[in-house]
Design a protein around this ligand. Structure first.
Ligand code: SAH
Length: 367
């Protein structure tokens, strides 16, 4: 347990108000205005805490750009068309996507009205630098709700896993809200439970089972799906997660590419929970949108032509660069049980004008 600045604030808060729900703890750890993890640093890359697909290979962003271009064409080529990214990190995905779009479909590039949803000032600055060569006006938002109405293509890689989740634990009394309070000894924090169960939760489960509700993600998804149903367009959400997570507790903290305790260094470590794609898909469907997938990242990227793009890039490159291209592409579609190609899933959500999305099967959920 390390004495982070946020830990001191949390101890004061908890002393005043009592233990806080896990959801509130996660929101403060990631988004506290002064000490939140994403407010204070660039966490990405080999020198940071974790690496993401666009940082591994340029092909990832390029293929997502081509995916968006295909959809824009299907939509009847609206101009302007909002191109929106949620949680754009260093701006790498978008820079690669825009380059591919310019080469493949210049009229789409000309129609793009670019909006980035990003709360981190550090990463906004990185995005500004990375996107400068694209010479397109960029509009930043704290939340997707302020992106102007109209047809939109929305991309989100490793965004939903950073949104706060609510947790309940099964006890002999029923399902009780999980909270973070002061440890009985020392200066640290400890998990605890509400004494009273939540009355409207009745699912049967063994004692000790943990139920995770992606509360913030569901709210974002409802808003986006409603928008797509009304205004047209599509969302592509890529994240590590499952269509059915069951009762596994996947809340985790990662620091310098290693797993550490969720309560060990508040504000200094990345906190994520695996994405419950089933819950998100049901919420989107209920809001009037069509669902596509989820499918493993491997299937999605191979269907979009990852192998052909890697071959072409490698063919013209010096041997060491060619080897890096091949290795990066292979990592994105790695099918080992812990490989990105299998752990990461791709979910599409679309408005009424888009019955089919490239490289994603229509899900039976949407009937
Ligand atoms: N998509 C990028 C970065 C993933 S990290 C990539 O693949 O490399 C998560 C991103 O979401 C970061 O840019 C982070 O600052 C942003 N983020 C996290 N919580 C957010 C929130 N509540 N609202 C907006 N952006 C958020």
């Amino acid at each position: 347990m390390s004495g982070t600045p946020l830990l001191a604030e949390l101890r004061t808060l908890i002393a005043q108000t009592g233990p806080i729900p896990v959801e509130h703890y996660m929101a403060l750890c990631l988004g506290h205005p002064r000490h939140g993890y994403y407010r204070t640093r660039d966490p990405l890359g080999a020198a940071g805490d974790f690496t993401t697909a666009p940082e591994i290979s340029q092909i990832f962003g390029e293929l997502l750009g081509l995916w968006a271009a295909g959809i824009w064409h299907e939509m009847g080529r609206p101009a302007p068309c909002r191109l929106v990214e949620l949680g754009p990190g260093r701006g790498t995905l978008m820079a690669d996507a825009l380059r591919a779009i310019r080469a493949a479909l210049p009229p789409f590039a000309a129609a793009i009205d670019l909006h980035l949803v990003e709360t981190s000032p550090v990463l906004r600055a990185a995005q500004n630098d990375r996107l400068a060569p694209a010479a397109l006006p960029v509009h930043w938002h704290d939340a997707v709700e302020t992106v102007p109405a109209g047809p939109a293509i929305i991309l989100a890689n490793e965004f939903f896993d950073a949104l706060p989740v609510r947790q309940y634990e099964r006890t002999a009394r029923g399902w009780c809200t999980r909270r973070v309070g002061l440890a009985p000894e020392g200066d640290g924090l400890a998990f605890g439970l509400d004494p009273e169960p939540v009355p409207d939760l009745a699912a049967a489960a063994p004692e000790g089972a943990v139920l995770t509700i992606p509360s913030a993600g569901l709210a974002v998804m409802r808003g986006i799906a409603g928008r797509l149903a009304r205004e047209g367009g599509a969302l592509l959400a890529i994240d590590y997660g499952e269509a059915d997570l069951g009762l596994t507790d996947t809340l985790q903290a990662v620091s310098r590419h290693r797993s550490i305790g969720v309560l060990d260094a508040p504000g200094e470590t990345d906190l994520t929970a695996q994405v419950d794609f089933g819950a998100l898909a049901r919420a989107a469907h209920a809001a009037g949108a069509a669902i596509h997938g989820p499918v493993p990242q491997r299937d999605f990227l191979l269907a979009l032509g990852l192998q052909q793009r890697a071959d072409r890039l490698a063919a013209g490159a010096p041997a060491d660069r060619a080897a890096a291209v091949v290795a990066g592409a292979a990592r994105l579609v790695d099918e080992a049980p812990t490989g990105m190609g299998r752990l990461f899933k791709v979910l599409g959500v679309s408005g009424p004008g888009l019955p089919n999305l490239p490289a994603l099967p229509r899900s039976t959920l949407s009937g």
